[in-house]
Structure formats: C-alpha cells, structure tokens
Design a binder for this molecule. Sequence first.
Ligand code: ADP
Ligand code: ADP
Ligand code: ZN
Length: 217
Amino acid sequence: MKFVFFGAPGAGKGTMAAKAATAFKLPHISTGEIFRTAMRAGTPLGLKVKTIVESGGLVSDELTVELVYERLSQADAKDGWLLDGFPRTLGQAKALEAFSPEDYVIDLEVRDEKVIERLSGRRMCKSCSRIYHTKFMPPKNPDTCDDCNGAIYTRDDDREESVRVRLEHYRNQTAPLEAYYEGRGTLVRVDGEGDAESVWTVLYGVMRDLMDGKKVH
Ligand code: ADP
Ligand code: ADP
Ligand code: ZN
C-alpha cells in the first residue's frame, strides 16, 4: 500500500513514518533526508540544493520529482511505500499521480504554536538520522544518539529565520494540497497533537484498518 505523510514542518511526519516503516515493513522515503544525505556527502546534488534547503526554500519541482521517480523505481518500493515530505506543491502532486498514485494521504494535524515548539527543540543524529526533541524526546545523553552513538546536531533549517520561511512556503504552496487530496478521496485526517506515543497508537490503528480495507473516513 502507498501512503503519503502530509503535514506542516514539525508535525511529526518523520517520527511517525519511521515507526510505520518498521511496523508495516514499507520503505520510508523522505525527500528532505535524500537532500540532507547528499549535502553531507557533498555530491553535485548536495551542492546544488544546499543554499535553498538551509534557508528554508523549496527545491524545484523538476529536480525533486526526478529524484522521487528514481527512488520509487527501486526494487524495495515496488509493493508500496511511505512518502514523507513529498509532494509539497500541486505540480509534485500531479507528477506523483501520473507516475504512481497514492492510496492514502495521512494528514497529521497540529496547530501552529505546537509546530513551532516542536521545530525549535528538534535535534537529529548525524549518523542514523534518528529524530529527537530536547524536551519531548530527549536522547539519554544530550550529545550522542541512543541507537548508534552518533553526534546529535541541530538542523540549519531549524533556526528561527529559516523556520519562518518554511512555514510560509507550507502555507502558500503545500497546505492547499489538503483540499486537493480531499477531492481525490484519499485524505485521512489524524490528530497529531498528543504525545508521540498516543499519536502512534491512533495512527497504527488507522493504517491497520486501511490495509484491512476498512473505511475510516
Ligand atoms: P520537515 O521535516 O521540516 O518537514 P524535510 O526534512 O521534509 O523538512 O525537508 C527539509 C527541506 O528539504 C525542505 O525545507 C526543503 O528545502 C527540502 N525539501 C524536502 N522535500 C521537498 C519537496 N518535496 N520539494 C521541495 N523541497 C523539498
Ligand atoms: P516533520 O517530519 O513533520 O517535520 P518530525 O518528525 O521531525 O516532524 O518532528 C518534529 C519534532 O517534534 C522532533 O523534534 C520530534 O522529536 C518532535 N515530535 C514528533 N512527534 C511529536 C509528538 N507527537 N509530540 C511531541 N513531539 C513530537
Ligand atoms: Zn544515530
């Protein structure tokens, strides 16, 4: 089954998609993560997108869509996937529809104040990309990852200036996709406001029902 995880920056898409990928054995495909890996390795792609990503801008549809097509063509994605952070524009949504249409869009609903609180405390492992939060999901040791001992860092685009830009792009370009997917009949709203454990319990049940062919919306 093919799921898109949708929601504001900081809504919890990456955190929940990682859990769902393990629980349902589906590949977790995050465009943000593809860009960060390329930036860290200093590949031509990484160099090309670095300034845009760090300032909170959106990478062009042309480049992003090509990357996603390539990733979705790999063997592990042939029976389904979890897309996290894509699509972010109407152009991307239409491109996905033409290539491999989604079954469901999980819309993680979280109010602006919460999103900002989550982004301002977000930390990430440099090695395995596990997501932490200084207050809500702290690592046992503030500097190292519980899983791999990698270094914990703050994303450049989680600084206040870039966060503002990202939320603006979200409002103008991405949020309108909610109505678009509602029109396609694939949108499933999930309350993302609770703590990670309770959001996951609800989300797990919703995804399970969708896979069993039960109607949840
Ligand atoms: P967040 O977790 O805050 O939603 P992501 O990790 O998904 O952020 O993305 C980080 C950055 O990578 C974005 O701010 C943007 O610069 C770039 N990016 C990721 N996905 C896309 C996309 N689908 N289209 C354009 N740019 C993207
Ligand atoms: P997104 O991928 O949508 O940008 P993340 O999964 O990276 O969001 O989560 C943003 C921040 O909020 C991270 O620091 C994460 O640890 C934290 N977080 C995620 N889900 C919750 C939750 N339900 N309650 C509190 N904090 C959360
Ligand atoms: Zn790690």
